[in-house]
Design a protein around this ligand. Structure first.
Ligand SMILES: C[S@@+](CC[C@H](N)C(=O)[O-])C[C@H]1O[C@@H](n2cnc3c(N)ncnc32)[C@H](O)[C@@H]1O
Length: 198
């Protein structure tokens, strides 16, 4: 990832948008219980894991990122949480440095998986969807937000263009049942909720 992007995703502005606009869409109205194990793909600077705990009452949150700098930053971030997260649980969060296309977890391990704008950073993003499907329990939910069809400016930063039809096909082709697929009106972003095999 470009170093300016790395700085941005750890900035208070990025976290503000994630808290105010993205997390409420990705993490609300979910059937996640106290004994659930949650996965976050591409956890970046760690705010997503805190937001999962803020919105949901679950047993464990595991954040995965391929970039060791991000994993270090995420661990630091939750060790001294910002003011908005002072009362958010951190003792059940773990960060793992790993390629999301090769997750080091057994089949049917997680109750829910989340992702905030990561697939467009991964050439073989379909392999990540396949891995998420594998590690989710039957009936487990995959709730995420993603960029659709990147602009040329984004492509110069090395992003992948993902089209709505391709994303839908990759999900249903794996065996996900799409429960909602909301495309934003003025920005190329979508919010998707899919369930494993139901
Ligand atoms: C745009 S950032 C988003 C970070 C965070 N989810 C957020 O919303 O602020 C994309 C993240 O995906 C991570 N990433 C890229 N390719 C990955 C892969 N193959 N497996 C796991 N993480 C990956 C990057 O290191 C980066 O932290």
């Amino acid at each position: 990832m470009h170093f300016i992007e790395k700085l941005f995703i750890r900035s208070p502005l990025r976290v503000y948008f994630q808290r105010k606009f993205e997390a409420p869409m990705v993490l609300s109205n979910l059937n996640v219980s106290k004994d659930s194990i949650c996965l976050e793909i591409g956890c970046g600077g760690g705010a997503g894991a805190l937001l999962i705990n803020q919105h949901l009452d679950c047993q464990r949150v595991i954040g995965v990122d391929i970039d060791p700098d991000m994993i270090k930053a995420a661990r630091r971030y939750i060790s001294r949480p910002p003011r908005w997260a002072r009362n958010v649980r951190t003792d059940n969060i773990e960060f793992v440095c790993q390629d999301a296309a090769e997750l080091p977890f057994p089949d049917a391990h997680f109750d829910a998986a989340f992702l905030f704008g990561v697939l467009d950073h991964i050439k073989d993003w379909q392999a990540v969807i396949a891995e998420v499907f594998r590690v989710l329990k039957p009936g487990g939910v995959f709730s995420f937000e993603e960029f659709l069809l990147s602009t040329s400016a984004e492509n110069r930063l090395g992003h992948v263009s993902i089209r709505e039809a391709e994303l839908r096909e990759a999900l249903t082709g794996q065996g996900f049942s799409i429960r909602s697929f909301q495309v934003m009106k003025y920005i190329p972003r979508c919010f998707v909720r899919a369930v494993k095999g139901v």
